[in-house]
Design a protein. Structure first.
Length: 336
């Protein structure tokens, strides 16, 4: 079965970021699946995650998938810094910090000016996409009916920041690093280390103990798995783009803006959307405990952990049918 698909580049002009810097000639790349109905009330926004571009996330869009394009009009905006939207790799004047706040403000313009959309049926996001979903609900409480926070949180936890700082330090130690996350050339040795650090965090101890890197992902040995699944994956992205998105992730906080002035509880209480909190039980980045702490402040929310040993990747289980089935069932229930 086929469905309508189209994509484009939305020109924003010069954008003043939350930090006060200017992102000149800003461009937001996007792709849409499905058909916008006459009432414009069947819209799901699906922001991208760390290092991902929209083709990486399309696997769950299918009539029998998590998001059904025959019912919903699904718009995937590429995050700033992912190499398709404005990024250090394609804009030499990219600011030192572009936040999730800046992303959702740009996405709001895209929806309104490109499609005439003012209200969203749902924002679905995984990882950094989940952080953006949370930002949408807090910043525009009257425009979002539901959000799905899949392996994400309202504020990046301190332990999560330690991981991000280790990756930044790895890239900063490269001889190719010029300062401020820019590089004279792609730092291949540093990127190799980057991928191996990521592999330790993205999947749980239980995942490796069960040997799923060999049995489920079909690698002949650990060395091959680290090379093909992690080194080569990140090696396809510009180091400067990855560094910029690390800073964005590190700064993740739905209250760090003039609307809430750092009051996280107030930002959570302001959310009117129905919130599905779906952390991975063994995620090392966004812990179940993070969402448990947020739950009392949300007026209409449910905590539904993914029962999986796949760590953070439980939330994006392209190669894991069991977790895919769980997420599909919960999301479709939430979208009724």
């Amino acid at each position: 079965m086929t469905w309508d698909q189209r994509s484009g580049q939305f020109k924003l002009g010069d954008v003043k970021t939350l930090s006060g810097e200017i992102l000149p000639d800003a461009v937001l790349s996007w792709k849409a699946h499905g058909r916008l109905n006459a009432a414009r009330d069947n819209v799901i926004l699906y922001p991208t995650s760390y290092g991902a571009q929209h083709p990486d996330l399309e696997w769950l869009i299918h009539p029998d998938g998590v998001l059904d394009p025959t019912r919903w009009f699904i718009v995937i905006p590429d995050m700033f810094g992912n190499g398709l939207s404005s990024s250090p790799s394609n804009n030499p004047n990219y600011p030192s910090l572009v936040t999730a706040y800046d992303n959702v403000q740009a996405q709001r313009r895209l929806l309104a000016e490109q499609f005439g959309i003012e209200r969203l049926a749902c924002v679905y996001g995984w990882s950094m996409g989940a952080q953006q979903a949370y930002h949408w609900a807090a910043l525009f409480p009257d425009q979002v009916a539901r959000i799905v926070v899949n392996c994400g949180s309202a504020r990046t936890a301190v332990h999560n920041k330690v991981f991000l700082l280790s990756l930044m330090a790895t890239l900063e130690a490269a001889p190719e690093h010029l300062g401020n996350g820019r590089f004279s050339s792609q730092p291949k040795a540093a990127m190799r280390a980057f991928g191996r650090i990521y592999a330790a965090w993205a999947l749980s101890q239980d995942f490796y103990r069960a040997g799923l890197h060999l049995s489920a992902l079909k690698a002949p040995d650990l060395e091959t798995f680290l090379r093909t699944d992690w080194e080569e994956r990140f090696g396809r992205r510009a180091a400067a783009d990855l560094y910029a998105q690390l800073r964005c992730w590190h700064a993740g906080d739905i209250s760090a803006n003039p609307q809430y002035n750092g009051d996280l509880a107030a930002a959570l209480r302001a959310i009117k959307a129905r919130v599905l909190l779906m952390p991975g039980e063994t995620d090392l980045y966004f812990r179940v405990a993070d969402n448990e702490a947020e739950l009392p402040y949300l007026r209409d929310a449910e905590l539904c952990p993914i029962p999986s040993i796949w760590g953070h990747r439980a939330g994006n289980p392209a190669l894991n049918p069991e977790d895919t089935a769980f997420i599909k069932a919960q999301v479709r229930r939430w979208l009724v």
